[in-house]
Design a binder for this molecule. Sequence first.
Ligand code: 8IG
Length: 267
Amino acid sequence: MTNDAYTLASEAAAALRSATGLDTFDVALVMGSGWVPAADAIGETVSEVPFTGLPGFRAPAVAGHGGKIRVVRTPEGRHALVFLGRTHLYEGLGVDAVVHGVRTAAAAGVRTLVLTNAAGGLRPETQNVGDPVLISDHINLTGANPITGTTFIDLTEVYSRRLRALIHEIDPSLAEGVYVAFRGPTYETPAEIRMLRTLGGDMVGMSTVLEAIAAREAGLEVLGVSLVTNPGAGLSGEPLNHEEVLEVGRATAARMGVLLSKAVDRL
Ligand code: 8IG
């Protein structure tokens, strides 16, 4: 931590309040690649603020990762901050940049955070491409941590059991799994995928874990959902590419949209 990172998040929250005319927000959702097409289902857009207009935000580097905060009014009248795009550690901007959106949401009054991502599946025996999986826990292999110093944060229940139970009421068929994060931007080698299976991982990606840690530091309740868009390297015989991620996102947008829209008013 640097104190500056938290100050910058307060400044971004103030800018967000003045850009939207709203004083506080109830929930934030970070839309990973593959999830942006589902964002339209969450509710009515009341305003959109480009990242470039807010202190500490950068336009994301990757096609399909958006680049703005959309303020959405849910059917029950809650206000959601929908992050269309996120910063990844592999962009080289540092860990504070990766969690800036989460800290800004917390400073803007948000108490509940929904983290979505696209991920490689480590269990093709039981997972299908296009399946959403609730994140039950994570393994942080990024080598990074958003917290510096002697703040010892409990991570016994990063991904809220209460929120997972609510989602299971909406869709009892959803599997749960352990999400493993690497820094990227390379995908894994087949040997690394075999290692992750042995370690107890179920999905692998390049996001989410640092944001979840920053959220727990800020006292937010966290829900995480992965969209499995490819089997991990070496599990299918096919090479991996980013275009298939976006394609699976487009193909599953309706299902993910229904899930998020039902979830957002119950969290
Ligand atoms: I989508 O197979 C997506 N993101 N590290 N490995 C890693 N990240 C991913 C993968 C994957 N698929």
